[in-house]
Design a protein around this ligand. Structure first.
Ligand code: TXA
Ligand code: MG
Length: 330
């Protein structure tokens, strides 16, 4: 282990969780596992700790952060005027891969909300994240633990590779909770008007939202800013090229990466990075597969996206952003 890099804790011990809660209390950063992706956490009430998140991520300071809480009873500390449909969603899908955008309380300061009047809140469904939240007893602000615009990490090693060199090895920590089970960032649902609106698709689908709330989703464009909504985001270094799922023409591709469901054969000369058997497996393995392409220094990664509904919509959303010209040429 290099003394320059932070220690990768072996995670689940009670001691590791207490140390991590104490680190947060002292203003340090703790990267921790969630079921979606790993987060880079700080005390959501500590302005200088939160400023440290922005430095480590290289993220513009006006981008809002999600506040993670441990239980539903903490929700009204952070949010006010919560619509009934948001309570339905919280009851049905928390802990889980869903972030609610709500009108902020005075506790949610500008340094969390990017100066907006709303705040993003989530209860993650991961035993280590929940144990940390229980021990810390207050909100943990946490974006995905990657550099701005890059792919979210779904393992502790990927966190270390992404941001290890920017963390302070004397104070900051990375908790290792194994690979994330969902593999894509949470569904973000704006709950500021009469109807819920999806700002970022994820494993909680439109159908699930309509089922829980009995309401139709609002499809008009939101005024809210969210960095996950930028055209270029979630991009690896390799150029990502999307193929038509019905007619995946692949030619001249010796030495490029290939990601597709197991039933698509590997084209001659391509390097297979993932062969998921279903959409959940596709979501779970996608970011590690893209990372593997970068570790192998592949110039390009050809991808056949899944074509269905459900989580496939979120997969296509992320792949679309990863394949934007600007992002893939960095
Ligand atoms: O699954 C997840 O959501 C992960 C894990 C760690 O919880 N977190 C995550 O955070 O993806 P981040 O910061 O990488 O992406 C959160 C997105 C950003 O695009 C941010 O702009 C948006 O949520 N967001 C946060 N608060 C918001 C608010 N008040 N209004 C609108 N968008 C907001
Ligand atoms: Mg992110």
């Amino acid at each position: 282990m290099s003394s320059k890099n932070p220690i990768l804790l072996s995670n689940c011990t009670a001691d590791a969780i207490s140390n991590a809660a104490a680190a947060l209390q002292s203003g340090a950063l703790v990267a921790f596992p969630t079921e979606t992706v790993y987060g880079l956490g700080a005390d959501a009430t500590n302005e200088s700790a939160v400023a440290h998140i922005y430095r480590v991520k290289g993220r513009p300071a006006d981008h809002p952060l999600i506040v993670h809480i441990g239980q539903l009873s903490e929700l009204d500390q952070w949010a006010i005027d919560i619509p009934d449909y948001a309570i339905d969603l919280a009851r049905d899908y928390w802990p889980g891969p869903m972030t609610l955008i709500l009108k902020r309380s005075t506790k949610a300061k500008d340094f969390i909300t990017g100066g907006q009047a709303s705040v993003g809140i989530r209860i993650p469904a991961n035993p280590i994240a929940l144990a940390l939240l229980r021990e810390f007893t207050d909100g943990i602000a946490a974006p995905s633990a990657n550099r701005f615009g890059a792919i979210s990490p779904t393992t502790a090693q990927a966190v270390k590779d992404e941001i290890g060199q920017y963390l302070n090895p004397k104070r900051d920590l990375i908790l290792n909770g194994g690979p994330s089970l969902v593999g894509l960032e949470s569904t973000i649902i704006e709950c500021l008007e009469e109807l819920p609106r999806i700002l970022r698709p994820g494993a909680i689908t439109a159908e699930m939202i309509e089922e829980s709330t009995g309401l139709k989703i609002e499809h008009s464009k939101s005024q809210t800013r969210a960095s996950g909504l930028l055209d270029t985001h979630y991009a690896p270094k390799a150029k990502v090229l999307l193929l038509d799922p019905i007619n995946p023409v692949v030619s001249c591709i010796a030495g490029v990466g290939f990601i597709a469901a197991a039933n698509h054969p590997t084209p001659d000369g391509a390097i297979r990075l993932a062969s998921p058997n279903n959409d959940d497996e596709y979501a779970r393995g996608l970011y590690e597969a893209l990372r593997e392409g970068d570790r192998k220094n592949l110039p390009a990664i050809y991808v056949i996206p899944p074509s269905g509904d459900g989580v496939a919509i979120a997969i296509r959303d992320r792949l679309q952003r990863a394949s934007c010209e600007g992002g893939s040429l960095r």
